[in-house]
Design a protein around this ligand. Structure first.
Ligand code: PMP
Length: 435
């Protein structure tokens, strides 16, 4: 098919809800490591990483050679039969979880399913139904996933019962109009008021992303989650850490984002980067919590040998190449260079994130913080023109998300900054607001 035929077929044969990032859809033909090529042969530096999914580079040789071998050995059995790749993956994951305490896994095919399984497990284990989630969160696209999600843009159809939303620690736009640290982390303490006023007081659990991904990499103050943890446990709830974006070293130095905040969760969910592009969902729990999910449930493709092989190969690659350290070191370098861009470009109101998960929040005016939503779209287009792919996020659609593969180096960051600098300058020139 030609590029135009692909675009036409998309329009004619896919739901219109399948939207594209750019005015002219980008038709991707192939990809390798940190690069992507479109149907016209143009090369792009991929600092979006397939939405935080290409964790170890596109078409990673070491991962794919194992996948190819597995594909020709045993492709599918369903969860009704045991297979070595699933068992080996589950054993490996158990050894990586915080304190080695989460040792039982349930595999599915997406982050949405992973969170569905986590909520069901929390409810079965505690015998309670009520769940606390956070505003600005994203947890999936099923009815439950959308109800957990704290952004109206991503909530379609009727919501489910039993879920309330606490304030997010969105310091740049504090919901209480306060400033850290004088605020005494009011947003965390407010969780108690939320539980006492909007629930029965016996909750099943709390679910949060350690750094909110789709919400625009909202990064809480150091003590936020520890304060919330005490409250959640006081009211009988268990802790679910949605690590779909923050897992597998992305935040630097730790396998899971929640470890940055000193909380040991009862359940961790994962997907995206775990298998570098093969569809996978993971719900891993403390054994007694996992045992609470009684009765029969199965996932036809869950833990299938090919995907499990991919995931184990990704984890092995991350270990062998010491990518947790690379996320810390190259992440710090990226952050420093993003701060330089902020010093130069008025459009950037805030730089935040951790490791190789960094964001720029764009504002029309640094004093009023009016979201620069239209300019964000312009910047995405300009970046594309300059051979660079980045993501968009935030409730107001004004956050640029930067999540390259975790095995990039400083020269890739330099290349990225150069293209971003040019793109920001082009936007400023178009808006007539160059300094
Ligand atoms: N949780 C988080 C934190 C996510 O970012 C996403 C996807 N953006 C999901 C859950 C849902 O994952 P999936 O799209 O694989 O269902």
């Amino acid at each position: 098919m030609t590029k135009d035929e692909i675009i036409l077929a998309n329009k004619e044969f896919l739901f219109p809800a399948v939207f594209h990032l750019y005015r002219r859809p980008l038709v991707v033909a192939r990809a390798k490591d940190q690069y992507v090529w479109d149907a016209d042969g143009n090369q792009y530096l991929d600092f979006l990483g397939g939405i935080v999914t290409v964790s170890v580079g596109h078409c990673n040789d070491e991962v794919n050679s194992k996948v190819h071998r597995q594909l020709d050995t045993l492709q599918h059995v369903s969860t009704l039969f045991a297979n070595e790749p699933q068992a080996a993956l589950a054993r490996k994951i158990a050894s990586l979880t915080p304190g080695g305490k989460l040792t039982k896994s349930f595999f599915t095919n997406s982050g949405t399913e992973a969170n569905e399984t986590a909520i069901l497990t929390a409810r079965c284990y505690t015998g309670s139904t009520e769940i606390i989630a956070l505003r600005h969160s994203y947890h999936g696209r099923s009815a439950m996933g959308m109800t957990l999600t704290g952004q109206g843009t991503w909530r379609l159809g009727p919501p489910q019962a039993g879920i309330v939303h606490a304030h997010s620690a969105y310091c740049y736009r504090c919901p209480f109009g306060l400033t850290y640290p004088e605020c005494d982390v009011r947003c965390a303490r407010d969780v108690e008021e939320l539980i006492r006023t909007t629930t029965t007081g016996r909750i099943a659990g709390f679910i949060a992303e350690p750094i909110q991904g789709v919400g625009g990499f909202v990064t809480p103050p150091r003590e936020y989650f520890q304060i919330v943890e005490k409250i959640v446990r006081n009211y009988g709830g268990i802790w679910i850490s949605d690590e779909v974006q923050t897992g597998w070293g992305r935040t630097g130095g730790k396998w899971f984002g929640i470890e940055q905040w000193g909380v040991i969760p009862d359940i961790i969910t994962g997907a995206k980067g775990l298998a570098n592009g093969s569809p996978i969902g993971l719900t891993v729990a403390r054994p007694e919590v996992a045992d609470g999910l009684k009765g029969m449930t199965l996932s036809t493709f869950g833990g299938n040998p090919v995907t499990a092989t991919a995931a184990k190969a990704v984890i092995d690659f991350i270990e062998d190449q010491k990518l947790l350290d690379n996320c810390t070191a190259t992440g710090a370098y990226l952050r420093a260079r993003l701060e330089e861009l902020k010093a130069k470009h008025e459009l950037i109101g805030d730089v935040r994130g951790m490791g190789l998960m960094q964001a720029l929040e764009l504002v029309e005016d640094r004093r009023t913080k009016k979201p620069a939503t239209a300019q964000t779209l312009m910047l995405l287009e300009a970046a594309r023109e300059n051979g660079l792919l980045v993501g968009k996020g935030g409730l107001y659609g004004n956050v640029i998300r930067v999540t390259p593969p975790m095995n990039i180096g400083r020269s890739d960051v330099d290349h990225f900054i150069e293209a971003m600098d040019k793109s920001l300058a082009a936007c400023a020139a178009a808006a007539g607001s160059a300094r």
